[in-house]
Design a protein around this ligand. Structure first.
Ligand SMILES: [Zn+2]
Length: 385
């Protein structure tokens, strides 16, 4: 099987080098040595293994200082493939994703028909079997599962996500391992999206950032030093349940005043409905009406944004992050939210004179970060990161 030979002759997990090639390509052996701290000899040895296996190729030569020539390297996109699975609230998606984060093939299925774990698994296996029957099968080196929380990533179990029909306590990782005999890893959709940004996003100048997904729920994925930080119990960055209002609205998690009760798309629609925007109002309609000047809809977005500003400031202080990358279902309001948060957080200085310039950017992907990120999840898993 391809890619299973992770331990190189010298005992180093060679996929750590592959991560750096994917993120920084085109890159020379010397630059790889500087980046990873591995000796030039080790890098040269590992790169030779990649070249022999067709995972990496040489892609050009440049003169460097002293007249020495440097050969640049890049990953061969389709040499190692991920079977990516995305379990969303409404749909289930499976597909094949390459080392550049490109979706080669995918299929999805409505989730509303899933009555229980068994029905869900049948649908999941059906989609995955189809992917395993393609000509790409031989190159698949792992399965990455991205799912709306709550879940136990380390144990590979989906717990009982809200609005998830009747899927609960599903050991999805062991089910997939048994059937396909491949490495399988599970992570929540927001953390997976954050990893997708690290590997395939156009913001890879940031080693420290928090990806924030704002949709019917709100989540954060914390990246520190280019790696996902999940915390002691796997809940780091659980931004939707940071408290922005003392004694505020009761949340499904049991706390009061959680951000999700004020700034999720669902909460914003609820508030607008309660304030006279009509019982049938949807999130998309709310956005359109606000853009046309509707008072209640605009007030709803204003309220949403103000609470986001509080939560972002708290997260910035807790994690001392370099950047926030904002994604989710904000659609035409995305730009405005990014602009507002930028104004609030950029160029801030504390009264004692310490300056901090926190960046706020839009996600590189529209709607598919959580799915594409499964390829990064598998690479991290296979690299033992
Ligand atoms: Zn909560």
């Amino acid at each position: 099987m391809i890619g299973m030979n992770q331990q190189s002759m010298n005992g180093i997990n060679k996929h750590i080098l592959l991560k750096n090639i994917i993120i920084h390509e085109p890159i020379s052996r010397i630059e790889l040595s500087h980046l990873t701290g591995l000796s030039k000899m080790t890098v040269t040895g590992l790169v030779k293994e990649y070249l022999d296996e067709g995972i990496v190729r040489e892609c050009g030569v440049a003169e460097s200082t002293g007249g020495r020539r440097r050969t640049y390297l890049q990953a061969v996109p389709d040499s190692l493939l991920t079977l990516g699975i995305y379990v969303g609230r409404d749909n289930l998606k499976a597909g094949i994703i390459n080392l550049k984060g490109q979706i080669i093939q995918s299929e999805s299925m409505e989730l509303s028909v899933m009555e229980n774990n068994d029905v869900f698994l049948k649908g999941l296996f059906l989609l995955c079997d189809r992917m395993m029957q393609t000509r790409y099968k031989e190159k698949i080196w792992g399965i990455g599962v991205s799912c709306a929380g709550p879940l136990l990533a380390k144990d590979g179990v989906i717990l009982n996500p809200p609005d998830f029909n009747n899927i609960r306590n599903l050991p999805i990782v062991s089910c997939l391992e048994e059937r396909y005999h491949l490495p399988v890893c599970l992570q929540n959709d927001i953390c997976t999206a954050a990893l997708g940004e690290v590997y395939f996003g156009n913001r890879n100048q940031y080693d420290d950032f928090i990806y924030v997904g704002i949709s019917a729920g709100i989540g954060g994925g914390v990246i520190m030093n280019g790696r996902l930080y999940t915390g002691f119990s796997g809940l780091a960055g659980i931004m939707g349940h940071t408290i922005v209002e003392k004694d505020g609205i009761l949340c499904g998690c049991g706390q009061r005043g959680c951000l999700e009760m004020y700034s999720s798309t669902r909460a914003v629609v609820k508030w607008a409905r309660e304030n006279g925007a009509g019982e049938e109002l949807t999130w998309m309609e709310l956005l359109v009406r606000a853009s046309k000047g509707d008072g209640v809809c605009r007030a709803a977005l204003e309220r949403m944004t103000e609470y986001l500003e509080v939560a972002f400031a708290n997260m910035a202080n807790a994690y001392d992050t370099q950047c926030f990358i904002v994604g989710g279902d904000l659609h035409i309001y995305q730009k405005e939210i990014v602009k507002r948060l930028k104004e609030k957080l950029g160029g801030r200085s504390f009264s004692w004179g310490q300056e901090r310039n926190i960046h706020v950017e839009s996600s590189s992907f529209i709607g598919s970060a959580s799915f594409i990120g499964t390829a990064a999840l598998v690479l991290e898993h296979n690299a033992g990161i």
